[in-house]
Design a protein around this ligand. Sequence first.
Ligand code: NAI
Length: 328
Amino acid sequence: MKILVFSSKSYDEQFLNASNQNSQHQLTFVPAQLDETTAALAKDHDAVCIFVNDRMNREVIDILVANGVKYVALRCAGFNQVDVAYAKECRLQLARVPAYSPHAVAEHAVGLLLALNRHLHKAYNRVREGNFELSGLMGFDLVGKTVTIVGTGRIGAVFAKIMHGFGCRLLAVDDYQHPDVRALGATYVSLNDALPQSDVISLHCPLTDATRHLINSETLAVLKKGVLIVNTGRGALVDTRALIEGLKSSVIGGLALDVYEEEEKLFFSDHSHEIIGDDVFMRLTTFPNVLITGHQAFFTNEALTQIAEVTMGNLASMESDGECANAL
Ligand code: NAI
């Protein structure tokens, strides 16, 4: 089958080509993001392979279908960027990679938390400039602190296990009570109950209509002063403008983001020679207690290997019998 890989980077080529070695698929890699202006590139391809910031709305779906595309392989877990209902109406078959090294994302979330709490991003720069002053670098012991995990699925459960290892008190917010998380002694509570008690909040739920702006100006009002918030889920789980107000008033003691609401205009590309026009993002970068990485939590060798193998497997099973265990 002929597959067009959108938003392709050198590492996508490397891992997808390696997984395709024993298959007959013809892979074409393009750096362009999928949107209304690029969808026609898929002309005469059976399948497209897309990533987190490729946009698959009605218009894009119509163009893909008109150009002969039958299968869509998402090389990611989240699928909020796709109008799944409309795609199915148009008889497109879709599959994703529901699980790939939850450790990759959970470990990155822990890394962000440690760096934020102990100001490692500032310390790194200070030492390089010969400044060994400690003022402004004070953190707090994590042992005994209350850590709230919003979404205790695959990634949240691994994050919970690591934080349990640090000796934290765990609160969990999720209608589904993960047995491993319960076994760690975590208490399942509502978000409203968790917010005033939390020293740390880490977001690991999917972006849906129900979770959009889960942390907003109303929730800010009940947060414990000085809370550290870590978001490796999806950018729009938080209302970024409200968080900026929370940082300005010091209600939020620190914010670590691997994802950002408007990230598709910025992330995965080099904008270092441009003037970045996103004032909200640029305001975030002015805070000493904000740490941002560009959606790299998944980016480990193990995760990329699994993503490529499952993606190629999904395409093979969609093509062979129209059935796929990872179908959307
Ligand atoms: P999962 O499906 O295993 O777990 C998600 C959990 O969130 C489920 O237990 C579900 O019940 C829960 N949930 C749903 N709505 C909720 C709500 N309103 N409040 C609290 N919990 C709720 O998903 P997994 O694999 O753990 O991934 C979680 C999210 O992490 C993904 O949806 C994706 O957005 C994000 N992600 C980020 C990556 C990165 O590189 N930064 C990479 C992979 C995933």
